[in-house]
Design a protein around this ligand. Structure first.
Ligand code: MRU
Length: 363
């Protein structure tokens, strides 16, 4: 995607050929700054403190973190230590474990001296593949938006999304936002309802930033507004991303997604989830019981960061001092509330049969 006319991915190899640069997403939407990651430890910090976030980008960053560890020391002990350090950074997004498993596999049977080069090559391929996968998800989702547009006689298609599943969450394009970018670029009239996505506000700060940069009409809404809009016919479809999808089609995504799916179900609004195959956890049947839900600091609930009128970035407390707060990062939307899963191989029902129809090799 382009920022001020310059094409960016969210992660890229630096000029030195071994460290990586990422966009510091904690500074958006007020500052567009990049930061260099020079070790597995710095990659782990960037994931944990959410300088980078979004399931595919977490995986890509971990892959490069792993490669940087092997550049310093390619021994079996180093491989194990890097894997353990990185896999523990965030528990819900299964792309993280998927990417690290790919990396470990890539270096397993080769001489220690050749491991770093093999790891960098695998990390680069994970990134390139993610871009192509997201492009295909975009094309797939475009056909759904086109059908809705045709059904409205070319009128504006209103799409609600939660959190950020755009290019900032991936290497490029995004998952849930890729179809929207393609629809906009194809000349279809689209408008996006952007859930602010408390407590970290990924919708208000990141999704809105992306859509604005691309010129896509959008409106930020409080998280509680979606149900009301749906009752009044102002939402034609919902599209969200996912951090982990079970083999039966349950989806874990940013906290609050489940409530939007319930409201969509009650109002007959199609609720789609866009995902790359790297997000599917084939080992899990029941998402509510089986997916580990990240708990983050209560401070993310009690405090908020923003820009003052003078342009300073400040953090203020917004809750009654002394009260406890609870901060689950994700919730699980059961498959029965999902209209369809939009993947790089096509769209399918959110069910075991649906997924196996697209990925028969997993049967
Ligand atoms: O906590 P975050 O910002 O990493 O959560 C991100 C999401 O919930 C996204 O919807 C999900 O990772 C899918 S990204 C394509």
């Amino acid at each position: 995607m382009k920022i001020a006319g310059k094409h960016y991915r969210t992660i890229w190899l630096a000029g030195d050929g071994w460290s990586v640069e990422v966009i510091d997403q904690t500074k958006l939407p007020f500052r567009f700054e990049t930061v260099a990651l020079k070790s597995a430890g710095e990659a782990a910090h960037a994931i944990r403190d959410m300088l980078v976030r979004g399931a595919p980008l977490i995986g890509a960053t971990a892959a490069y973190g792993f490669a940087m560890a092997l550049r310093e020391d390619g021994s079996d002990e180093s491989v194990e230590a890097a894997y353990e350090l990185l896999v523990q950074t965030r528990p819900t997004a299964v792309n993280l474990k998927w990417a690290l498993d790919q990396m470990a596999q890539a270096v397993k049977d080769i001489p220690v001296a050749e491991r770093a080069a093999a790891a960098y090559a695998r990390a680069a391929k994970i990134c390139d593949d993610d871009v192509e996968i997201c492009r295909r998800i975009g094309e797939e989702g475009l056909s759904i938006i086109r059908a809705l547009s045709t059904g409205k006689g070319g009128g504006t298609v209103n799409i609600l999304t939660h959190c950020n599943a755009g290019w900032l969450a991936c290497v490029d394009w995004g998952t849930a936002l890729a179809p929207i970018y393609m629809a906009h670029d194809a000349g279809l009239r689209v408008h996006v309802w952007v859930d602010e996505t408390r407590p970290r506000n990924q919708g208000a700060s990141l999704t809105a930033f992306e859509l604005h940069a691309h010129g896509v009409p959008h409106t930020i809404i409080p998280d509680n507004a979606g149900g009301h809009l749906m009752q009044h016919g102002q939402v034609d479809m919902c599209i969200v991303g996912t951090d982990r999808t079970t083999a039966t089609g349950d989806v874990a995504n940013k906290i609050g997604t489940y409530l939007k799916a319930l409201a969509a179900h009650d109002n007959g609004v199609p609720f789609y989830v866009a995902l790359p195959h790297t997000t599917i956890d084939w080992s899990l049947e029941d998402g509510v019981a089986g997916i580990e839900i990240e708990t983050r600091s209560a401070r993310e609930v009690t405090h908020m960061t923003g820009q003052t009128g003078e342009g300073a970035i400040e953090t203020v407390q917004i809750s009654s001092p002394g009260s406890a707060a609870l901060n689950y990062g994700f919730d699980v939307t059961p498959a029965r509330l999902v209209t369809g899963l939009i993947t790089e191989r096509g769209t399918c029902p959110a069910s075991r049969d649906g997924l196996l129809g697209l990925y028969p090799e997993k049967g």
